[in-house]
Design a protein. Structure first.
Length: 182
């Protein structure tokens, strides 16, 4: 115990939180309705890991400091993932991205914007977790959870960046072409 106390706090955190090096889909994106940020946390019971999003005040000051409790990560992440996949193929979202891309990239055709987005929706589950996290960070400004539901606030600029990443001649387009031939 004395050896643990004697170690540097940052070093101790590194040693005890290596598990958190794994990508976390909603890191920095999840908030309560009153604006409190929820941070990833986990517990291990009988060798099984249980992941949560916990109010930052709860983590820093104790359970008394926040009126919100820890929420299980998996169902929240599944809901958000369904919304992302749905948005990638939703006609009104795709149309909005296409309309904007016409203004900033008039050299692209509609199929060059629309088809890669739909393809990405279809192969979302095959993406590495780190890439899913990167895309969530790109597309989402904030997720507000409360009252039995959640609200996603999208980043307009993120959708444009995504379309640019999937444009012909980019690594994203090349990867999609490779995926389609496999």
């Amino acid at each position: 115990m004395h050896a643990l106390i004697a170690t540097d706090g940052i070093e101790r955190r590194r040693d005890t939180c290596d598990h958190q090096r794994e990508p976390v889909l909603l890191r920095g994106l999840l908030f309560t309705p009153d604006g409190e940020r929820l941070v990833p946390s986990y517990t291990i019971k009988k060798g099984k890991t249980y992941r949560y999003y916990t109010p930052v005040k709860h983590r820093r000051f104790g359970a008394w400091a926040s009126q919100h409790g820890a929420l299980p990560a998996v169902p929240i992440e599944e809901l958000v993932t369904r919304q992302i996949v749905g948005a990638l193929s939703a006609p009104h979202v795709v149309q909005s991205v296409w309309d904007r891309m016409q203004q900033i990239r008039p050299d692209l055709t509609e199929p060059q914007v629309v088809l890669p987005m739909r393809n990405l929706a279809g192969m979302w589950r095959e993406l590495f977790p780190a890439e899913q996290c990167r895309l969530a960070q790109l597309l989402i400004e904030r997720v507000v959870i409360g009252g039995g539901g959640l609200e996603i606030i999208w980043r307009d600029q993120g959708w444009q960046e995504l379309a640019g990443e999937l444009a012909p001649g980019t690594i994203g387009a090349e990867l999609q072409e490779m995926e389609e031939t496999v």
